[in-house]
Design a protein. Structure first.
Length: 143
């Protein structure tokens, strides 16, 4: 008397074999694996460590000396308007600046047509010698 819904009966009254795969359990397993994967992946933080000054430090009463290093379009170096023959002579001057107790503030002024190699060499020399106060000025001409 009962009726079986959804089952097809063959010629002799027996249920026919289904040709389709039941994908519901497969989807359930995949969702569980996906949730487990999301939970176990570590959170990656993209952070940059900066040495920020403390608020407790009083401002320095002594103003630092300002040294302007210029790089011309052909790679000519100058310190406060005086031409320096090569990078070695500039490094010698930078070495004396780094040895001072109150390091001067270096303002790097590259020409807009100067090669990147020249600017990178000066910045690398300043970093290698331990100069801490260095900045690039004249960026408004690159806009």
């Amino acid at each position: 008397m009962g009726m079986s819904a959804g089952q097809k009966r063959g010629k002799k009254g027996r249920p026919q074999v289904m040709g389709e795969m039941n994908t519901t359990p497969l989807i359930d397993v995949m969702l569980v694996l996906l949730v487990m994967l999301i939970i176990t992946i570590p959170i990656q933080l993209h952070s940059v460590d900066l040495n920020m000054p403390n608020n407790n430090t009083p401002p320095s009463q002594v103003k630092p000396e300002i040294v302007q290093i210029g790089i011309d379009f052909d790679g000519t170096l100058s310190v406060n308007g005086v031409i320096v023959p090569n990078i070695g002579a500039l490094e010698a001057r930078m070495r004396t600046m780094a040895a001072q107790a109150n390091q001067p503030e270096i303002q790097l002024q590259p020409n807009k047509l100067a090669h990147y190699d020249s600017v990178a060499a000066v910045l690398a020399a300043a970093q290698r010698l331990g100069l801490k106060k260095i900045g690039i000025v004249g960026n408004e001409e690159y806009n």
